[in-house]
Design a protein around this ligand. Structure first.
Ligand code: SF4
Ligand code: SF4
Length: 283
């Protein structure tokens, strides 16, 4: 079972839900795919056992072979290569390492060279296996690192994915292939607006989802009304609590500060399992 934890915007408590759920379940894999700002490790405090770099292949032009035909520029979907006057310019920062330009260059004038974009870290905390990725400063290509993290998924295991916030490419890359998505939101107008965008995205991706409302006693009732109208299940509500806020600031998990929450997170998982089973029976 693969469960992605996502949110339409940052700051809703997505990592809090992912880390507390993972540690409540014990024997799971926790993948932090928020590679631009990974912070699950701050709460899990894993013992890192292995680190390795991630590279993408970027083009290197051989001007002696290049005839300036323009084919590479035509095939690059990311505007990462341009033919100007008497040379070809490659913009490594825009390059996704797809290899199309070198494959399709009629003169075999493009070689591929590896460019480091970040690292993967693999560690443990008791039975929990922890994997995260960190994008190097100044790099913008999150999806290749996310793909590398996701190579650690074994369909036999329970895997929790802490996805990046928002609804852009890295979120889709992180959640694709998941059995279920937990959408974390807060009951504010901004929270609701971003929840709607996330709902739209996951409906398009056809991945079943449910909602967790964080700081549920603050804000208004509009999120509840929206979920009711859209027939979206509220899986868990976590009210604002000074003790929880203080534990978060100290890098502690909710289940450490308030052990009664462990059962709530286990119930959350059971609810998702039941919901999945019901969906499978229907289809
Ligand atoms: S496709 Fe090859 S030959 Fe044509 S402009 Fe690009 S590098 Fe030069
Ligand atoms: S490898 Fe792909 S993304 Fe990079 S420059 Fe070539 S075609 Fe563009």
């Amino acid at each position: 079972m693969i469960i992605a934890v996502a949110s339409g915007k940052g700051g809703t408590g997505k990592t809090t839900i992912a880390t507390n759920l993972a540690l409540s379940l014990g024997k799971v894999k926790l993948l932090d795919c928020d590679v631009e700002e990974p912070n699950s490790y701050l709460f899990i405090k894993p013992k890192i056992e292995k680190t390795y770099p991630v590279y993408i292949p970027v083009p290197k032009i051989n001007p002696e072979k290049c005839t300036l035909c323009g084919r590479c520029q035509e095939v690059c979907a990311y505007n990462a290569i341009a033919v100007v006057k008497d040379k070809v310019l490659a913009f490594d920062d825009l390059c996704h390492g797809c290899g199309a330009c070198s494959y399709l260059c009629p003169e075999a004038a493009i070689a591929e060279v590896n460019k480091k974009i970040g690292i993967i870290e693999i560690g443990k905390r008791e039975k929990l296996e922890f994997i995260d990725g960190k994008l190097d400063i100044g790099q913008a290509m999150a999806p290749p690192i996310i793909r590398e993290i996701k190579k650690q998924i074994n369909p036999e295991d329970v895997t929790i994915i802490d996805a990046p916030p928002g609804t852009s490419c890295p979120v889709i890359e992180s959640a694709e292939g998941s059995d279920f998505v937990i959408l974390v939101t807060e009951p504010t107008p901004f929270g609701l607006n971003d929840l709607k965008l996330a709902v739209e995205t996951f409906r398009k991706l056809k991945i079943p989802f449910g909602v967790v409302i964080n700081r549920s006693n603050l804000g208004d009732k509009k999120t509840l009304d929206y979920c009711d109208k859209e027939n979206i299940e509220i899986l868990l509500e976590i009210p604002f609590d000074k003790k929880i806020a203080a534990s978060y600031s100290a890098g502690e998990l909710i289940i450490e500060a308030q052990p009664k929450y462990k059962e709530k997170f286990i119930n959350l998982f059971e609810k998702i399992k039941k919901k999945k089973r019901r969906d499978n029976e229907k289809s």
